[in-house]
Design a binder for this molecule. Structure first.
Ligand SMILES: [Zn+2]
Length: 114
């Protein structure tokens, strides 16, 4: 049995819950300490992020979703995780992954040119 000792406490609602695995948990790295906060739901993860992150333009448009996808790609999330958490199709994730590569590539060129 590998699912032992897996109770997490959601910092948003204080509910104790069970995460299927580290990989599948809703989590965010605590700054500096390197350990993680675990959340009972995607909703509470977002709630936590909105409270703690610097205020930024919140957009529900397709562009906003793209930004969110690219942010998660940069953070090293897998396609399947991004699909699950944002409720998007894997094709959409692939599209933004490609777009992100292109952007970073263009940025590198620019920096090279000084
Ligand atoms: Zn919660």
């Amino acid at each position: 049995m590998y699912l032992f000792n897996n109770d997490k406490v959601c910092p948003v609602c204080g509910k104790q819950f069970w995460a299927p695995s580290e990989e599948w948990a809703y989590k965010r790295r605590k700054t500096k300490t390197g350990s993680f906060y675990y959340f009972c739901s995607w909703k509470h993860l977002r709630e936590y992020e909105q409270k703690t992150e610097r205020p930024r333009k919140v957009s529900t448009s397709a562009t906003g979703q793209g930004d969110e996808i690219m942010r998660m790609v940069r953070e090293g999330y897998k396609n399947v995780e991004i699909c699950r958490e944002l409720g998007v199709a894997s094709g959409t994730v692939s599209y933004y992954k490609g777009k992100l590569k292109e952007t970073e590539w263009l940025k590198e060129i620019k920096e090279d040119q000084g």
